[in-house]
Design a protein around this ligand. Sequence first.
Ligand code: NAD
Length: 497
Amino acid sequence: MSHAMAGVQDVRNQLFINGRFVPAESGETLASINPHDNSVITEVAMAGKADIDKAVAAAEKALPAWSRLAAMDRGRILLRLADLIERDGEELARLESIDTGHPIRDTRHLDVPRTAVTFRYFGGMADKFQGEQIPVEAGFLNYTLREPVGVVGQVVPWNFPLMFTSWKMAPALAAGNCVVMKPAEITPLTSLRMAELMAEAGMPDGVVNVLPGLGAVAGQYIAEHPRIAKVAFTGSTATGRRVVQASAGNLKKVQLELGGKGANIVFEDASLDAAVNGAAFAIFHNQGQACIAGSRLMLHEKIADAFLDRFIPLARSIRMGNPLDMATEMGPLTSALHRDRVLSYVDVARGEGGEVLAGGKAPAGALGGGCYVEPTVVRVRSWKDRVAQEEVFGPFVSVITFRNDEEAMQIANGTEYGLGGGLWTNNLQRAHKFAREMKSGMVWINCYKRVNPGSPFGGVGVSGYGREMGFDAMREYTQVKSVWVNVDANLPPYFRR
Ligand code: NAD
C-alpha cells in the first residue's frame, strides 16, 4: 500500500541536519516497509559517519545560543510543537501505523496524544527546573547551576518510534542540550516528520538533527563519538552493553533503557475480570513489542484455571488486521525478521515441555502475507525455562503458577531484568510489600503499563540505568556545577609569611 493510499501525504525520507533535509553523503538508502503487506513505503537515506560528523558540528554550533536562551523561550518552542503535533495528529498516527504496524486506534488515541503531552510537560518544565542554594558555613554563599550536558546522542528503537522521540528529545531540549538522534532503521518516518514540525515550531537550525541509519554503523558511531557528551539509548540489553563499551573513549555520560521480562502477578484474592483484562493489555498491546510488557503471567494456583478459562478465549478473540482499520486490536509485528524470531520461541517453548494454550503461529489467510503472529499463551514447565527468562518481545506470554507469596516473590525477582512489574490483589499490606521488594524500576498495582510524563520511567539490573520522564529526566540531561562565593568570610591566610 502506498503512503498516499494510506492517507499520508508528506513522507520525509532524507536526513535532517542543521534544519534541512539532505541525502546521505554515501547516497545509501534502505526501504521502509509496511509490515501489514510488506510493501515499500519509501526509500530512506541511511546516515554514515560523515553525516553524523556534520550533524555534530551543526549541534555544536547551535549549542551556545540554545543553551543560553531564556528557559521560558525554549519551553515556548516545545509548547508550540505540542500544538503542531495535535494539529497534524491524524497524519502522524497514520504514518506511525503504516511504518510500525501499530493499530490506528492506539496511534490515534495513545501514541500521538502522549507525544504531544510529553512535549507540553517538558515545555512547561523548562523554566521550573532549578539549582539549589546550599546552607554552608557562615560567610559563604554556595549554589548549584544545572547546566546542559552539551551535544547529546540519542538512539531509539522501533517499537514506539514517535513516542520515544518525545521521551528522549523533550527533556534534552528543555534543559538546553542539542540533539543528534538516530531512529531505528526500520521505523524512521515519524521522527523525520517530527523534525519538520520542530522547524515549524521555531527550533533554531542545528538544535535537533535526525539521522536514520544502521545501528552497527550510525548508532555505534554516535556511541563512540568523541564530541558527543552523552548518549541516551533505548533498545536491547545486548546492544546496551555495546553502547557502554563504545562510550568509554571520551567517558561520555550514558543513559540506558533496555529490555524487560515483566512479572504480572495475579493473587488468589484479585478481582478476576479486571486482572484478565489488564493482563491481556499488558502483553498484547502493541503486539507485545514493549519493554514493559507483562510477559510473565504469574497465577496463584487456586485461581489459575478460572483465570485461564477467561484469558484464553479473550486472547483468541483479539481482532488482528490492517492497522489502519479502527476495528483492529492487534496489528503485525514491525518486521518479518522479528516475526520469525518471535515464532522461533514457540519451538523453544515446546522443546522445553511448554504447553501452547493459544496461538503459536502466524495466522492463516490474507494476513499470513504480513508480519502477523497470533496472540500466544504458553504454560511453561518451570519459571527458569528460557521462554520465562528471555525477552521474546512479541504477543507471547509465559504462564507460571505459584503457591504462596514467598514463592511469588522469588519468581518475580528471579530474572536479571528489572524494568516493570504488576500485581493484582485486594490485600493492601501485600500490595505495598511487593511494591517495596520487587526488583523493578516500576510497579503497577491493580493496573499495568501506566506511564505519564511526570512519572519516572526506567529499570534496574540489566534493564538499564537512568530515568526518563519527570524531574529525573531533567537531572539526567543536566550536570551540576557548584559555585562558592565569599560573601563576608574573613579567611586567614593559609601560608603565613
Ligand atoms: P536494538 O538494540 O536492536 O536497537 C535499538 C536501537 O539501537 C536501534 O536504533 C538500532 O539501530 C540501534 N543499534 C543497533 N546496534 C547498535 C550499536 N552497536 N550501537 C548503537 N546503536 C545500535 O533493539 P530493538 O530490537 O530495536 O528494540 C527492542 C529492544 O528495545 C527490546 O529489548 C526492548 O525491551 C528494548 N526497549 C526498552 C525500552 C525501555 O525503556 N527500557 C523501551 C523500548 C524498547
